[in-house]
Design a protein around this ligand. Structure first.
Ligand SMILES: [Zn+2]
Length: 248
């Protein structure tokens, strides 16, 4: 295994063909190609312990920054350790369509904390997301979310101690305003992330999509009377209670 920068500032990497990362931009597991290498003279002059290289994602062509530790400053080559640090982490994605603005504000920050590996900051923002949802949905909505959380436990077969922590994070402050947030590790935070996404989906996205779809159906029905155009009928016409219009 050899990885070095030569005196012409060219990068040599014998395993270059196998260099694959999860791209922080397109989230594809993609091969990356070197696109910017620091100048040999500069490195020789300052001799930093680590050097940064820029690669291009082969899938989306966005830049990817990797940081390598220098092994040896030789006269004609600078040898790097093949292990690298990915400077940008993969950002968690979530579609905020149908989510109220104040809830979005909280959950966006929760996602940023998670992407940065700040899992307890993430937990704090999940609690604030939940509190904003409760304020928006009212008491009935809060109870519905609580039921939803319980059903998620069964659906996803979540371990009891992780479930207890999640309940503490999301609902703890509702039962006792002094309730301390439990500490989460990366694994627990990952499960929490999926559960909060599901709660947001159930509370807003599902309803929003359904309402949208029904509105679109009504619109086309009103515009074209297209319910007449179903040859043979598939039973859906029975749902239409207005008098059929004649299609032109
Ligand atoms: Zn990419």
């Amino acid at each position: 295994m050899s990885l070095y920068i030569d005196s012409m500032s060219r990068l040599h990497h014998d395993l270059e063909k196998n260099l694959v990362v999860t791209c922080p931009h397109c989230q594809t597991v993609a091969h990356i190609t070197p696109s910017a290498v620091p100048r040999f003279e500069d490195l020789q002059l300052y001799r930093p312990a680590q050097v940064g290289l820029v690669y291009l994602c082969d899938a989306c062509h966005m830049p990817i920054f990797l940081r390598f530790t220098v092994r040896v400053y030789g006269a004609t080559r600078i040898e790097l350790s093949p292990q690298f640090t990915e400077v940008e982490r993969v950002r968690e994605k979530f579609s905020f369509a149908y989510i109220p603005e104040d809830v979005e504000l909280m959950f966006r920050e929760a996602l940023t904390c998670f992407s940065q590996g700040a899992f307890n900051a993430f937990a704090s923002m999940c609690r604030r997301t939940a509190q904003t949802m409760f304020a928006d949905l009212g008491e009935a909505g809060r109870l519905r979310l609580f039921d939803e959380l319980n059903s998620v436990r069964e659906l996803a077969d979540i371990a009891p101690e992780i479930f207890a922590k999640m309940k503490g994070v999301l609902f703890g402050a509702e039962l006792d305003s002094q309730a301390v947030l439990p500490l989460l590790d990366g694994y627990e935070a990952g499960i929490m992330l999926e559960v909060v996404k599901d709660l947001l989906y159930e509370a807003y996205v599902r309803k929003g999509k359904l309402q949208q779809a029904i509105m679109v159906r009504r619109f086309f029905l009103d515009e074209t009377g297209s319910h007449l155009g179903l040859p043979g009928g598939d039973g859906t016409d029975a749902l239409v209670d207005e008098a059929p219009r004649v299609a032109e």
